[in-house]
Design a protein around this ligand. Sequence first.
Ligand code: UFG
Length: 329
Amino acid sequence: MSLHYLVTGGAGYIGSHLVLALVGAQHQATVLDDFSTGHRWATEGHEVIEVDIRDLAALRSALLHRHFDGVFHFAAKSLVGESGQKPLLYYQNNVTGTANLLEVALENDWRHCVFSSTAAVYGSPQSAVIAEEHPLNPVNVYGETKLAMEQLLSAVHKQGAMHAVCLRYFNAAGAAPDAHRGEWHEPETHLIPNVLRKAAGEARPLTIFGDDYDTPDGTCIRDYIHVLDLAQAHLKAMAMLHREGGFHTLNLGSEAGYSVREILRACETTVGQPITHDIGPRRQGDPPRLVADAGRAGQILGWRATRGLREIVDSAWLWEQERQRLQAR
Ligand code: UFG
């Protein structure tokens, strides 16, 4: 059955891949975005509503009498470093914006929401592998706001008004270059695009933030999850909500950990040449190791990551070459 979904933040990295997946599954997608960080080219061919979710009156009027079978909520500020410098912007955009969206959703009787959450809600890990029961102690404003957004959804669920799934991503990576989609942030802070932008010849430093961690090679370990695997999990989560309802929090990760040096080597293999870098001090707030236990997503959604590191890096490199062409225009 073809359904019609609202995708907030659908012009962004993960949201635009979800839009592709929805269309691929014969659904309809309407993007809602303020284009503060999203890209217009990523929404071509889709209905777009341009509005800032902090503005309740504008949101209400843009969505008045619209029917959607559910909402995928990605619209959020998402830079850890920036969140400490601009906490009010993060609380307004992420928390107030979500309260506004939920208000309008309830007014219009949309009762299903899949929310883009993050492993940042856990803070510093107390175990080698993180399951959903891990204590929630975010160590930065970004993680605090994402946790508050989860709590808003939980409260509205308890009120009996909304079914919701919060998907806690580990490190989203990779791209759908054949569909002209990929990661493009300015500034870029994420490891894989930083490495590949350096490899593509950009005049920018590439620094490994700390090689003195208590890990086998001294650099931080992360769980990289392909953005196409994330998109599939969103489709399954929405389908499950329509079948069963409820409120769920689920980790999305590959359950495999790779160090920064291992990522660098994987990128060098894909690119076919060494990539110049230096070693710098630790970046504040980086835990040594973040790896998901994604068992609950397996049980509840029948989902698991199907694409490994090679596919992540190869697709990110193809996308990086296309992104360079777009940037040069
Ligand atoms: N790193 C470098 N050099 C860089 C960029 C990153 O050494 O130029 C290192 C970081 O120190 C870290 C690892 O590479 O050890 C991964 O860093 P990313 O910035 O790519 O990703 P994070 O693990 O910091 O952040 C990700 C998401 C956040 C989320 C967080 C949850 O991008 O949105 O996981 O822990 F909050």
